[in-house]
Design a protein around this ligand. Structure first.
Ligand code: SF4
Ligand code: SF4
Length: 388
């Protein structure tokens, strides 16, 4: 018996320009800034307040520590290089991608492999290249952005992605570092896993192309698709109250990447893990969110989907005060537990019935605390006078 309430539908795609991550990058006085806020005057004041704060991982933010901040910056630099390579590989002027100019053009497969073979390849290659889990779904156009918001140079470009399927890849974060949220050490881990996801997705897309399959990697700061609902559609978990994917075994402490392909694959299909049903009685992330950004009530229709509407402006403003990506809603989630036999048993119970959910939540509060504090950062690094 499904525990999930159906989406009221029809699903409506999202414009990435409305993402707080994208629009707060707009520079006051630029034509894009004026055009966006003329069309959305209600967003201007709160975005200007956030824009006035120092960037993430920079001096002047509450959780800044020089050594960990350097790691964050370095990992995001690496991700940005991959994001730029994704952009270059997607350009029509470079159909053969990014080979060395000295290299002779390589032979390419022209006939696409059969769907069964290509699906096997997608799974094996994803795991081989570094993902921990992988799922496949047909690409619902509702999960493709209407317009781009990032990078800033592409702000407002319409998205035209005619791919038929998406391979969604899951990358786990180290739990010891997640448990330090909202400290800078947890953001270093976020950044490390994002750059790992970017490199893997880029490699997988290039491998597809070498097999004659048009493909595109979707990586941090360069997505054309929305990953959490795609991951849900691919049977990898469910989107929780905290607005992110709660993975079926790894919980919310994961990062996602995706590769879309213009080829036929065999999809996995969404599954009911009892996670959203558990969220209805839980609310631990909402109670612990320092920005009051997560709603405490029932899910509601948002662009045709039944979900908890996160107040992204509050969340991201808090990030900018801290200089980190917070992550308290990840750390405090009852599903953020190691994959031990006991936790596997609990997940099996949650999947099969909602009857025990309140009791399991009470047990989680008793054992781990209703408002558990962060663990100290394990990084010894070095300290500067600016460090707290
Ligand atoms: S990341 Fe932090 S501020 Fe944002 S929703 Fe989660 S707990 Fe709240
Ligand atoms: S903390 Fe509770 S309500 Fe929030 S995502 Fe996790 S299970 Fe759902």
């Amino acid at each position: 018996v499904s525990q999930r309430a159906p989406h009221p539908g029809p699903l409506v795609p999202f414009d990435e320009r409305d993402s707080v991550f994208a629009r707060t990058r707009l520079r006051p006085g630029s034509p894009e800034y004026d055009a966006y806020y003329d069309a959305h005057p209600g967003n201007r004041a709160s975005d200007d307040r956030t824009r006035a704060l120092p960037p993430l991982a920079s001096p002047g933010t509450r959780r800044y520590r020089a050594a960990e901040g350097a790691l964050v910056e370095a990992m995001f630099d690496a991700s940005d290089l991959v994001a730029a390579a994704v952009e270059a590989a997607s350009a029509p002027a470079v159909p053969d991608g990014l080979g060395s100019p000295d290299e002779a053009p390589r032979e390419r497969t022209t006939a696409q492999p059969a769907p069964e073979a290509l699906t096997r390849f997608a799974r094996e290659a994803s795991l081989f290249l570094g993902a921990d889990d992988v799922g496949i779904t047909s690409l619902d156009p509702a999960f493709v952005y209407t317009h781009r918001g990032r990078p800033l140079s592409r702000f407002g470009d319409p998205v035209d992605l005619a791919h038929r399927f998406a391979v969604v890849l899951v990358f786990p974060m180290c739990q010891a570092l997640v448990s330090t949220s909202p400290l800078m050490s947890s953001t270093a881990e976020t950044a490390r896993v994002y750059q790992q996801a970017a490199a893997t997705c880029f490699g997988l897309a290039r491998a597809f192309e070498r097999l004659g399959v048009p493909a595109r990697a979707h990586v941090d700061s360069n997505y054309l698709v929305v990953c959490p609902p795609l991951a849900e559609a691919a049977g990898l978990g469910e989107v929780g109250r905290n607005g992110i994917l709660v993975h079926r075994t790894l919980g919310p402490g994961v990062r996602l990447g995706a590769v879309t392909v213009d080829a036929e694959l065999i999809p996995d299909g969404a599954r009911d893990f009892g996670i959203a049903a558990f969220c209805r009685v839980c609310g631990k992330c909402a109670a612990n969110c320092p920005a009051a950004a997560i709603p405490a009530g029932d899910p509601e229709p948002v662009r045709g989907a039944l979900k908890w509407p996160l107040v992204a402006e509050r969340c991201y403003h808090f990030w900018r005060t801290q200089g980190t990506d917070c992550g308290v809603c990840v750390r405090t989630c009852p599903f953020a537990k190691p994959d031990t036999p006991l936790h596997r048993l609990v997940r099996r119970v949650v999947r099969s019935t909602a009857v025990m959910n309140r009791m399991l939540l009470r047990a989680d509060d008793l054992i781990y605390g209703a408002a558990p504090p962060p663990s100290p950062s394990p990084f010894t690094g070095f300290e500067t006078e600016e460090d707290p």
